[in-house]
Design a protein around this ligand. Structure first.
Ligand code: BEZ
Ligand code: FE
Length: 288
């Protein structure tokens, strides 16, 4: 392997790998090809290479069990959404980014239960069904739900909120139905105090995401769905910092001036503040 040149180096490096797993072999060979082609294409300088290594080092330094700057980098570069889109099964509900604020162990909430508690904000009733591609209801499907409070912060970003504020797990009932009352989530900024924030600023980009409700929907024998639902009147719908919005996940928040027309039975019916808004969405899961 003496006298490698820019023309022979890529193959020389690829040939040193003897991966047993053919998929790993493909991933490694294509990665080498792509990064070499990039360096040649932009004629990468030493200073730029050092800057890139420094960036990745800072991303590693700021990452810990609760914060992963590499995932955020993938999100703002659109890679997370690209992986979502190329792996979304036809006919199923589209997936969207998980984000860093999901936590395990949220308390169970019965169908029709309440998350509003003493949270300020507009009241919303969220309801729908979980079904499979054939339209059959998936009774017993599990939903994990989490969102920001009205101040745009998740419970794990805000000392003033209790640990599991605006988070729950719900088991879909008869006909795959789920329902809960909550407050309208707010737009918020992705963490921008690390190297990814520097990258956004260098690129003249903002860190805002449109408001959304996060869901993970699981059922035995079906592919787990990680997704989000967005209100159609959000100012950042067409400018999501992490490219998570899909047309099919944008919903009308229907205004109601009286609780006499509640679309579904909810435990908090006598405590709902008017006007309240209803949000209806049916999830479709693909087989595993
Ligand atoms: C979120 O939706 O919570 C989120 C997603 C990607 C990056 C940062 C936050
Ligand atoms: Fe989020």
């Amino acid at each position: 392997m003496r006298n490698v040149t820019p023309d022979t180096l890529t193959t020389a490096v690829q040939d040193t790998f003897k991966c047993e797993n053919p998929r790993v072999a493909l991933l490694v060979a294509k990665l080498i090809e792509a990064v070499h082609a990039y360096a040649i294409d932009v004629k990468l300088t030493h200073a730029e290479w050092r800057e890139a290594i420094g960036f990745l080092t800072r991303a590693g330094d700021i990452s810990d069990e609760e914060r992963n700057e590499f995932v955020l980098l993938s999100d703002v570069l659109g890679l997370s959404s690209l992986v979502d889109m190329i792996n979304s099964p036809l006919g199923a509900t589209e997936s969207s980014v998980l984000g860093p604020f999901h936590i395990l162990g949220a308390p169970p909430l019965a169908v029709g239960g309440d998350l509003i508690g003493d949270n300020p904000g507009d009241h919303i009733v969220v309801y729908g069904q979980v079904r499979n591609l054939q339209g059959q209801a998936l009774e017993g499907a599990k939903l994990e739900i989490w969102q920001t409070a009205e101040n745009g912060l998740y419970s794990n970003q805000d000392q003033k909120q209790s640990e599991f504020n605006l988070r729950c797990q719900q088991v879909a009932g008869v006909d795959g139905r789920f329902a809960f009352t909550t407050v309208r989530p707010a737009p918020y900024m992705v963490p921008s105090d690390g190297p990814v924030g520097d990258l956004l600023r260098a690129g003249g980009r903002h860190p805002w995401r449109p408001s959304h409700l996060h869901f993970i929907v699981m059922a035995e024998g079906y592919r787990t769905l990680v997704t989000e639902l967005f209100p159609e009147d959000d100012a950042y719908l067409d400018a999501d910092a992490v490219f998570g919005v899909r047309e099919s996940l944008v919903l009308n928040y229907k205004r109601h001036d009286t609780t006499a027309d509640l679309p579904v039975d909810v435990e908090a019916k006598d405590r709902l503040k008017t006007p309240y808004f209803s949000v209806q969405f049916d999830f479709t899961l693909a087989p595993d």
